[in-house]
Design a protein around this ligand. Structure first.
Ligand code: NAD
Length: 538
């Protein structure tokens, strides 16, 4: 009887699959999460949970059906449902969260206890991956939310890692270089002692308030202590300086990824028509960026290089505006020299808030979470929100933006360039050789031989020399191939493939402008498949 029933279910599944029909959802969203849909300032972790649950509700039945339809599957429908429900339950929690409290001595002799966290959300792939943030408002909620986002982000762009995040509750500007080094090294040691970092377990990277300098201290601390017998010890963190096992292109990777992410949508008339942009492409498009740090600065550089115009920059201490365009590189130098973006030649100083609502084509939030909320989403005056920061838009704001035909290119896809290139760096560290070192010369010689063969064939055919013209682009590729070229093309490929996938999902589930749900669906589907294939529990 049971087997007759399951075979009927399977036939139904085959029919649904043939017609590609998304089926009725069963997943129950917990009541406290449902309320997030309308909240002005939800808790960050609950907000990410909300996005996860919304996606889960849309795909649960399809996941059950594909488990049943899997070749050789002996699962009953009840068992498949139990498995999907189990995986969803697991994803609602962080697997491990470590709270760290350790003392350091300040330069003036005082002692201070530093508070920090490392959260590992999912280890369905190893190692887990996620940055370390230094900020005075870091707390458990923020770190766990960011760890969840890392799980979904890695899966969205097919980087085979779990999700993690760390944060130290400090304002890095209030500490000397020596103090920061002591804090960072001690934190690295504490995390290593408790199994929260390791090249095959959990691999941090930079985030707000940290950079390659901190990563270098962590790699050094780990390799000289717990990891001293491990030949791969330097793979314990990514985002390192090149001479410490870093990779060319990592520093700018998130900004560059942001560019490739938006590039796919802005060049496609299907999307530009939907949001009411006059024509596809970058030329003449205006943008405003919030947060001129690693992500915001590099994204602005690539947007401008593609033909867009930066008309405003917003920082913690205010903003600047110039309708004629702001040169990101010159602004970077100005801030380096003066300590602020304000007073930049040709630009007008503004209140940051005001600038956030100025008319532009693309708004790039690249600073902090929860900056676009139910209380200000109506005031945005842009066509595209290109999320550089993690979690800048709340669920309520997301709905308002969709209703206003504003396209949100979501964080878990759009800022995944950093983790993508971190993946390449980790692979480089494990291989102990830079990309291209074994192949550059071989490929150059092969390409020259191909050109030579073509020239000889043409001569044989026409009876005379036919000059072969190498384009400048080809010449440059042949002569100046570098690790950075390989990294950049790998990054572009990754972003474009993920964008394609998100668009297919959006179409299949008729999501309209809701690319965030599409990205979560794409991501959660892959995670469930991984857990299912590997087995969820002992
Ligand atoms: P960063 O520390 O290099 O830069 C952040 C900048 O934002 C700083 O210049 C800071 O002054 C500014 N800022 C802070 N609060 C602000 C506010 N309220 N208004 C305007 N400006 C403000 O940090 P980052 O690495 O560029 O990270 C920025 C965001 O991008 C974070 O949400 C981070 O999680 C996310 N992100 C970073 C990476 C990465 O590779 N660095 C990758 C993915 C996502």
């Amino acid at each position: 009887m049971t087997s007759l029933f399951s075979s009927q279910v399977r036939s139904l599944v085959q029919i649904l699959k043939m017609f590609n029909v998304p089926s009725r959802s069963q997943h129950v969203i917990p009541d406290h999460i449902k309320e997030i849909a309308d909240e002005v300032s939800p808790k960050f972790f609950e907000m990410v949970s909300y996005f996860f649950h919304s996606a889960a509700a849309k795909i649960e039945e399809n996941l059950i059906h594909s488990m049943l339809a899997q070749k050789g599957s002996k699962l009953t429908e009840k068992q498949a449902k139990a498995r999907v429900t189990g995986i969803f339950a697991l994803l609602q929690k962080c697997l491990y969260v470590g709270e760290f409290n350790f003392p350091i001595r300040r330069d003036d002799g005082r002692y201070e206890v530093i508070e920090g966290y490392r959260a590992q959300h999912s280890m369905h792939r190893l190692p887990a991956k996620g940055g370390i943030r230094y900020a005075s408002d870091v707390d458990r909620d923020e770190v766990t939310a960011l760890a969840c986002l890392m799980t979904y982000k890695c899966s969205c762009v097919q980087v085979p890692f779990g999700g993690a995040k760390a944060g130290l509750k400090i304002d890095p500007t209030q500490y000397s270089l020596g103090e920061l080094e002591r804090i960072t090294r001690r934190f690295a040691l504490e995390m290593a002692k408790k199994g929260f970092i390791g090249p095959g377990i959990d691999v941090p990277a930079p985030d707000m308030g940290t950079s390659e300098r901190e990563m270098s201290w962590i790699a050094d601390t780990y390799s000289k202590t717990i990891g001293y017998k491990d030949i791969n010890a330097h793979a314990v963190v990514t985002g390192k300086p090149i001479n410490q096992g870093g990779i060319n292109g990592r520093a700018q990777a998130t900004g560059r990824g942001l560019f490739h992410g938006v590039d796919v949508f802005i060049k496609n008339s299907y999307w530009t028509d939907k949001v009411g942009l006059a024509e596809p492409g970058w030329k003449g498009k205006t943008f405003i960026v919030q947060g001129f740090g690693n992500v915001g600065f590099h994204a602005a550089r690539y947007f401008v290089r593609a033909g867009a115009k930066c008309i405003g920059v917003i920082e913690v201490d205010g903003g600047i505006e110039n309708p004629e365009g702001i040169d990101p590189m010159a602004l970077f130098e100005h801030r380096k020299a003066t300590g602020s973006i304000k007073g930049f030649e040709g630009s007008t100083d503004m209140e940051g808030d005001e600038l956030f609502y100025k008319e532009c084509d693309i708004l790039v939030p690249a600073a902090k979470q929860l900056v676009i909320t139910k209380s200000n989403a109506e005031k945005l005056n842009c066509k595209i929100v290109a999320e550089g920061a993690n979690g800048p838009t709340t669920p309520a704001a997301d709905t308002i933006l969709q209703n206003r035909n504003i396209l949100v290119v979501p964080d878990l896809f759009n800022n995944a360039g950093g983790v993508t290139v971190s993946f390449f760096e980790w692979l480089k560290d494990l291989n102990h050789v830079s990309f291209g070192r074994l192949t550059f010369k071989y490929e150059e010689d092969t390409s020259k031989l191909i050109l030579q063969s073509v020239a000889e064939s043409l001569k044989q055919h026409f009876g005379e020399d036919v000059p072969i013209h190498k384009s400048d682009e080809l010449d440059a590729k042949l002569q100046c191939a570098s690790e950075k070229d390989i990294v950049n093309s790998g990054l572009q490929f990754t972003m474009e493939r993920a964008a394609m996938n998100i668009q297919e999902v959006a179409k299949k589930y008729e999501l309209g402008l809701d690319l965030r749900s599409a990205a979560y669906i794409s991501s959660v589907t892959k995670i469930v498949e991984t857990y299912n294939d590997a087995g969820l529990a002992f």
